[in-house]
Design a protein. Structure first.
Length: 567
């Protein structure tokens, strides 16, 4: 035998995710490529004296998981030790959040900023008991009168600060919020310490931008976390000038330079696809075109490890204190901080059309942020119009989130082989409270996986980390069960999908989004050896048990990056 395998797996559930979703029992890896898939007899001739042979003992071998929407640098910055963890269940009340800040004050030098991420009013006891109760600077002032405090919500659409931070930033009752933002004020007209959407730029612009070392440390932290849970590829959905003011520049242009350096240094232990972010949430078509042109050509040193796929655009999240663009008002005609209710916005529609047309003609893939049914329809129609005016083969445009995809949107997307990128773990997180905002019918429909797949739309899944933790196992369980995090109640059982379809959204469909389904995303001979070994039989497991199934081995390009089998 001229070439023996480097790795051989025997006696497992080898979930190939090929066209037939066939299941094998053995697989071999040679030189970073899958060299054989089948049974023991198919791989036995490839076993040599230096081959590592892994007896799976019935465990599950999957293609490496591809989180198709994950803010890598931001996630690293938003998690310990670089930031306070304020997510549920670590924090379940405003008092818990204040206590976390108090502890941080005790270990933080005077004058330094304290940051935290992940608070969610739907899981803060005081806010649940009294919906009108919102986080306030007064909750933080008692424990941190001298340290400025900045606490980011789980969604990234709101920031909570204390009085010291407001003082240092210069926000008072006379401050005017930037376009697309809102400074919440109390009955006395004074800022409460809560800022929404574009108003968060006031904070971001006052904080020092991340240093190169901080960005590097954040991405390294993310890569370590992802290796431990079997993620071998992810999409950074927006890096560029439009991100320079978001999370101290975590989504800024310099972060892309850090990724390039990590690649050059051999430290990039996951494949990364990037969408450029020329402008932020609120921009004109003229500004977008000018900035995209200024970015110029962006070459890929190793397009299978770090690739620029296209550009990201926000179709909503651009109206003060709102984030979704809907055809009809939410419950009671109001929508708090979660939606745009009903109003016609022909000017914004024209801007979106022009932005999409410009990027499409320039040859870019487009990933468009949409979180309402009207936004979905507007973007799907704009995709179709751009394609009709300027035909392109294999553009692979897609809508991001697509929480309220309509039948019309799905029909248009499917007809042109466009995709949608959904987040199942956000459904799991908010299902207990979303009826209060959107009503029972819409809540059940939100994130319509079943309808989208049945309509022929390419569906990929991502975590939107740091919005949710990038645990694909919980994502799979949620797609299959449609159960909520807190109460475990079912929301929209008709939108459940089977295990095979759920796995596809994290593997071959995500690879399609990356223009890479011909060389990754399934376990077939000739494809790269990106692998994830899950302890136990995923195919027969109770879906409720999937989130707790350990990942025991992760392989990227034939290289082991996580291994507890030897321990």
């Amino acid at each position: 035998m001229d070439t023996y395998a480097d790795l051989v797996f025997l006696d497992g559930q080898v979930v190939t995710v090929d066209a037939e979703f066939s299941i094998a029992s053995a697989l071999a890896v040679t030189g970073g490529v899958i060299s054989a898939v089948g049974g023991r007899d198919d791989v036995a001739p490839l076993i040599g004296p230096d081959t590592r042979v892994v007896d799976l003992r019935g465990a599950t071998l999957l293609p490496g998981i591809n989180d198709s929407h994950l803010h890598g640098c931001a996630f690293g910055m938003a998690t310990p030790p670089l930031s306070l963890d304020l997510g549920h269940p670590a924090v379940s009340s405003l008092a818990d959040a204040a206590e976390a800040v108090r502890e941080a004050v005790g270990r933080t030098p005077a004058g330094q900023w304290i940051t935290g991420h992940g608070w969610d009013p739907g899981y803060l006891d005081e806010c649940v008991a009294a919906p009108s109760r919102t986080p306030s600077r007064h909750d933080l002032d008692a424990v941190s009168p001298d340290h400025p405090v900045v606490l980011y919500s789980f969604s990234g659409h709101a920031t909570w600060v204390n009085s010291k931070a407001l003082e240092l930033i210069g926000i008072d009752r006379d401050t005017v919020a930037p376009p697309g933002g809102a400074i919440v004020t109390g009955a006395d007209g004074e800022p409460t310490g809560l800022l929404h959407e574009g108003a968060q730029a006031l904070i971001q612009n006052a904080l020092p931008p991340l240093s190169r070392q901080e960005r590097t440390d954040a991405i390294r932290s993310t890569l370590a976390t992802l290796a431990e849970i079997g993620i071998t590829s992810y999409t950074e959905p927006g890096l560029g000038p439009g991100g320079d003011g978001i999370m101290r520049g975590a989504l800024g242009a310099q972060t892309l330079d850090v990724y390039r350096q990590l690649l050059a240094d051999g430290e990039l232990t996951a494949r990364v696809g990037v969408l450029l972010l020329p402008t932020g949430m609120a921009s004109t078509a003229e500004e977008f075109a000018r900035t995209l042109t200024a970015i110029g050509e962006v070459g890929d040193a190793d397009p299978r490890r770090l690739a620029i796929h296209g550009v990201k655009v926000f179709a909503d999240g651009v109206v003060p204190n709102k984030t979704s663009w809907m055809h009809e008002p939410y419950v009671g005609g109001g929508c708090g901080s979660l939606c745009v209710s009903g109003a016609t916005d022909t000017e914004r529609t024209a801007e979106i059309d022009a932005i999409i047309r410009h990027a499409h003609v320039a040859g870019h893939q487009l990933g468009i942020h949409v979180t309402g049914d009207r936004a979905c329809d507007t973007v799907a129609d704009a995709f179709a119009a751009a394609m009709a005016e300027h035909p392109r083969s294999d553009a692979r445009h897609y809508v991001i989130h697509g929480d309220f995809l309509t039948a019309h949107s799905m029909k248009v997307l499917a007809a042109h082989d466009f995709g949608v990128n959904m987040n199942p773990t956000i459904k799991w997180t908010v299902a207990d409270m979303e009826e209060d905002f959107v009503g029972a019918e819409r809540a059940a429909y939100a994130w319509p996986y079943r309808d989208a797949i049945d309509a022929g739309v390419r569906v990929a899944s991502g975590s939107d980390a740091p919005v949710t933790h990038p645990d694909w196992r919980q994502g799979v369980a949620t797609m299959v069960l449609r159960e909520s995090k807190a109460a475990g109640r079912v929301s929209g059982p008709e939108q459940r999908i089977g295990l095979a379809d759920a796995i596809r959204t994290y593997t071959i469909n995500a690879a399609w989004q990356d223009f890479a389904d011909d060389w990754k995303g399934s376990l077939e001979p000739g494809k790269v050896a990106d692998l994830c070994v899950l302890d136990g039989d995923l195919l027969t497991a109770d879906p409720h048990d999937i989130p707790a199934m350990p990942v025991v081995l992760t392989v990227v390009d034939g290289r082991v990056v996580h291994d507890t089998l030897r321990v």
